[in-house]
Design a protein around this ligand. Sequence first.
Ligand code: 5AD
Length: 366
Amino acid sequence: MKRDELLGWLREADPARLEELFRRADAVRRERVGDGVHLRGLVEVSNHCRRGCAYCGVRAANRDLARYRMDADEVLVAARRARDLGCGTAVLQAGEDPGLSAAWVAGVMRRIKAETGLAVTLSLGEREDRELRLWREAGADRYLLRFETSNRRLYDRIHPPIPGRRSDRLSLLRRLRAMGYETGSGVMVGIPGQTFEDLADDLEWFRHLDLDMIGIGPFVPHPATPLGCPALAASGPEQVPATATAACVVVALARLVCPLANIPATTALDAIAGRRGWELGLVRGANVVMPNLTPLSYRALYEIYPGKEALRDTEAGGGPGARERVLALGRTVAAGPGASGARAARRAAAGPDERAARGDACLHCH
Ligand code: 5AD
């Protein structure tokens, strides 16, 4: 899809025309990745964070927030629960927390893999290459790091760097890919100051990076953050609205530009769409949901934006869980780890030399 066409859809305001886009994305989703929805069990391991992202409720400067770090046994309990619920993957997510040592993460991950057989996705922020390499060697399958916006000026405005270290997530994503990770990224939709042109660039980056996973959610203002003040809310004809529909348009376009990617219907979409956001995402291009398996006592403290979690355990019978919601749409729950089809296609296209150079195949096997 050409840039003009992307921009046309991003600016489209006619609901009937948007239905046409959503139908197209749903058809491509069905044809390319099927009706199976992958469940990824999300475990929010720590809400400590050394960063100061201007939108995020767990930013270091939010001194009112009680901080927690799960211990290894608690993580294992959550991972077993993920397996019992039919998840093929455990996603370990946290703030950028140096207190989660590289060795501790590697150890927990080894235990999860040995005791549950689940694939493991890490989402632990911008960590050192040597740590990322260690985790990969310890068996991590995937890494998620949203680049949030490809507009460098906007990015810099909302992501104060660690002194002396330039944050460059696009190049980090390339290095993650080179280390052999399935690589996931994504953006928020409706960041104050974000334009439709910016989102068209973001979509071109999704394609360019050939992402394995793409997470897209609406920006949700958090009152304890610099971007949380309603008086600051940006406006103007080029400002992207932070709505469920705008987020769904980006999900649908992401499906069209990266047809084989794993694309979740995100928690942020669910939160702003009155807990119907998974359903909206799943019929507009998404094929993954991430039920939250963080223990309830910690879940309330992982408040990256308000209203993120109903403070009841839907998976334990407090409401329809992920499986029921997927089945109610006439879709199925996919079995297995749910590896990226984009990665398989890349591998098939690469010659044996390239595969061997990457270290994922032996030349003699071809
Ligand atoms: N609104 C929406 N999404 C947010 N995230 C963090 N803070 C917010 C917010 N206020 C998203 C970021 C991050 C992911 C884990 O959560 O995109 O990458």
